[in-house]
Design a protein around this ligand. Sequence first.
Ligand code: OAD
Length: 238
Amino acid sequence: MQWEQVKDWLSAARSIAVLTGAGISAESGIPTFRGEGGLWRNFRAEDLATPQAFARDPLLVWEWYAWRRELIARAEPNPGHLALAALEPRIPEFHLITQNVDGLHDRAGSRAILKIHGDLWDLRCTRCQRQWTDRSVPLVELPPRCECGSIARPGVVWFGEGLPPCVWEQARRAASGCQLLLVVGTSAVVYPAAGLAPLAKSAGAKVVEVNVGDTPLSDLADVTLRGPASEILPVVCG
Ligand code: OAD
């Protein structure tokens, strides 16, 4: 019943924004941050994804990212990613806002992607700030270095850092201007991303959550669909 309702809303809407988190890639075999298998060598993401952790031990942080790069390189987009890519050309105004840095939305064929937490395949020099893409797995050297000789860091946003201002502004505009916001596979505890659903709702959008469990957004959502994104999205977006 609720699935039918969401299907109708999605086919009638002229403007849709989607916010995705690690849960959409779970069925591609990539562990979520706060779920089972989310710990790496007993570290939580909050212990490693910070400028302080990198300054203290760049090799340790890079070993974590090297592990994630290997997992992701072997992974394939799942039917959830593919359903969003297929929905995009049918909606006049469509924005996919992702907290994921795995690049699986790109590989599924999505186009209008706002990567608010950056991209795991990008590297940035810690001294000259040069940015480049390196998809090699494994990386030739850990930590990788820039041509200027300095250590590079992953091109992602860490806890305590600001989001890329231009991308974030576009995400805010997409959330506040859409008729429907679909929130998929995020625990909605990391800000500012978690603030996009309340923003959309207060601007009059319908909010639909797709998640295997409850989140702080579940009460705010007009409809919550409980289950794996790879099963729900192909049905409601189809
Ligand atoms: P989390 O690991 O915090 O949350 C994953 C969410 O996905 C949970 O709410 C799960 O219930 C849900 N989930 C798991 N499997 C699912 C499935 N098959 N289908 C649908 N939902 C599923 O991941 P995020 O919310 O993305 O940031 O985490 C937000 C940010 O915290 C990340 O971008 C990263 C992290 O630390 C930085 O590194 C800055």
